[in-house]
Write a protein that binds this ligand. Structure first.
Ligand code: ADE
Length: 224
């Protein structure tokens, strides 16, 4: 699976993909994450990628030409399943969306900045608009990193223990049960007895109950 991210701040996306699971997935050749600097596609002396908004108002608007040049170059090289624009007015990212995207082959992600991007980019090229929450960030880079992380860990073969993605919170409509490791007793705070015994069925039942109780308390909306 290949991700092509288009941004004016490629440096912001260096670290998130260079560690842990995302780094391993790339080394194993399961995914390719390529960051493109939008300024490389600006066809003007000062490498400007934005301009004043028509009709006035504050802030700059990202122009269509550099995005079009970059997207068209990528589309000439391979077919893309989705061209996603990260934006707070998009559909809210959920585990269901991440699952759906993890079965795709090639995805372009556009990261916006300033006051927004020329609406024609969204109308002409974008197939899907995704938000990571009801708050506004400075740009689409961190949301893009969140999306790529959520999707890549679901690709078969990325996690060494494949069942561990299946038992994630949200994967089965329930939040995760609490987890513990050694010591069994830390200054009087004890690990639940059932986890120390060897009964797998008792442990499974306890985890199911805990997951249900936690979901009922924290996210009753998930049980509906
Ligand atoms: N860009 C700025 N804020 C965002 C958000 N909450 N989700 C996705 N993209 C964004």
């Amino acid at each position: 699976m290949q991700f092509d991210l288009i941004t004016v701040l490629p440096g912001l996306l260096e670290s998130p993909f260079a560690h842990s699971i995302l780094q391993r997935a790339q080394k194993k050749g399961i995914t390719k994450i390529i960051v493109h600097n939008l300024r490389d596609y600006a066809d003007n002396k000062h490498k400007n990628v934005d301009d004043y908004p028509y009709g006035g108002g504050s802030g700059m608007v990202m122009s269509i030409e550099p995005f079009a040049a970059c997207i068209n170059k990528l589309k000439s090289e391979r077919e893309y399943d989705e061209i996603i624009f990260m934006t707070p007015d998009g559909e809210m990212l959920t585990q269901t969306i991440a699952n759906n995207l993890s079965s795709k082959e090639n995805i372009i992600i556009l990261c916006g900045h300033y006051k927004g991007i020329d609406q024609r980019i969204r109308d002409i090229f974008v197939t899907r608009e995704i938000s990571i929450g009801d708050y506004v960030l400075s740009g689409g880079e961190l949301p893009a990193a969140v999306l790529v992380d959520a999707v890549v860990r679901l690709i078969p073969g990325v996690l060494s223990d494949e069942t561990s993605a299946l038992s994630d919170s949200f994967q089965g409509d329930l939040l995760d049960a609490p987890v513990y490791t050694r010591p069994a007793d830390w200054m009087g705070y004890k690990v639940p007895e059932v986890l120390l015994g060897g009964s797998h069925s008792a442990i499974e039942q306890w985890r199911d109950e805990q997951a249900f109780e936690r979901t009922k308390k924290r996210r009753p909306d998930l049980l509906k």
